[in-house]
Design a protein around this ligand. Structure first.
Ligand code: SF4
Length: 342
């Protein structure tokens, strides 16, 4: 058995052809997130100020290790500095000083390329960027001269390079994190990304991928049932396809699935599915109580935390292994209270 497992293991260091240079995934290290430095309260903005963000510092801060980046400071602009904006030049966006028109596009692109390469080695699980910035903005950054309202994919130059180079990395701006749903989705993806790295960041075996997929089934179903099935087929094809291909396809499919928005109706169906695993073992009064709570959640009378807590308590008490292993019941630290806000 041991020999068979050994044969089915896949070591990413071998794939990279650089067994000594690969930093092994360290499970004990706290989650590492990149962040626009000004959101941490550092005085790096063009006017010498900062944009300290309470959610970033007070709520996420105690749970993660920050890797601050200020593209404009690190590229050598200093503070205070002339204000920048994006300007459309044909198909591309250029970064220029508003008053002088001095063009920083090439320097910023070169910087972004080096910095993002270095950041990849740090095994980040996500990035929180400053909204509207010509360097850090994630979406709808204003472009000088555009008549229409800013397009979804108008990004700051650093953010654009980061998101192109690391397509599976959860990235949000602090403005969107004010929205309770987007906030929960971002945090959920951060913790899922970390678990994904815990699997694929080191030697892994087929049985571990199967266990990982099984543990995430309800969570995937809540976001996108079709992705859950497709990923299941991918896992089943593991003996017929190169491991590197499985690894890449699973990671991108998994993160894309979790980025899909959730709705009460979809989640209520997943809760009912989960309750089905308890049906035969719960007394009728407890079954009815759980069903009522799921119904209350679906119509918006109680937050998601209410039925999930009851489900989890029953699953633990009755020792239902399948449910106890589901990340859907515990996708992120309870201190964040993210499931009590809607
Ligand atoms: S938005 Fe980005 S470039 Fe601007 S001050 Fe903050 S970290 Fe620096």
């Amino acid at each position: 058995m041991q020999r068979e497992n050994d044969r089915s293991e896949y070591d990413p260091r071998v794939r990279n052809g650089d067994p000594d240079g690969f930093e092994a995934f360290d499970e004990d290290r706290p989650i590492r997130l990149g962040v626009s430095s000004c959101l941490l309260g550092n005085e790096v903005r063009y006017d010498g100020g900062h944009k300290r963000d309470r959610f970033v510092i007070d709520q996420l801060g105690p749970l993660v290790e920050w890797v601050p980046v200020c593209p404009e400071m690190e590229v050598g602009m200093g503070t205070p500095r002339p204000k920048l904006h994006l300007v459309r030049a044909g198909e591309e966006l250029r970064m220029r000083e508003i008053e002088s028109g001095h063009d920083h596009t090439r320097a910023m692109r070169r910087f972004a390329s080096h910095r993002v390469r270095a950041l990849r080695d740090l095994d980040l699980s996500g990035f929180v960027l400053k909204k509207n910035s010509p360097s850090c903005g994630v979406t709808r950054v204003k472009v000088q001269g555009d008549r229409r309202s800013p397009a979804q994919d108008n990004r700051g130059l650093f953010a654009s390079h980061l998101m192109r180079t690391c397509p599976n990395l959860p990235v949000e701006d602090e403005g969107r994190l004010d929205d309770a749903k987007l906030r929960e989705n971002f945090v959920e993806r951060v913790f899922a990304h970390r678990r994904l790295r815990g699997l694929f960041g080191r030697r892994w075996a087929k049985s571990q991928l199967v266990a990982f997929h099984t543990a995430h089934k309800l969570q995937l179903m809540a976001h996108a049932r079709e992705y859950c099935h497709e990923l299941g087929h991918l896992v089943a094809s593991i003996d017929r396809r190169p491991r590197a291909e499985i690894c890449e396809a699973y990671q991108s499919g998994f993160m894309a699935a979790l980025a899909r928005p959730v709705f009460r109706g979809k989640i209520a169906k997943v809760l009912q599915h989960a309750a089905g695993h308890l049906k035969r073992r719960l007394e009728s009064a407890s079954r009815a109580e759980l069903a009522d709570l799921i119904r209350d959640y679906r119509v918006g009378n109680v937050p998601l935390g209410a039925p999930v807590t009851l489900l989890r308590d029953h699953a633990r008490h009755l020792e239902v292994a399948y449910l106890n292993g589901q990340t859907f019941l515990d996708p992120h630290p309870k201190e964040l209270l993210l499931r009590n806000q809607d």
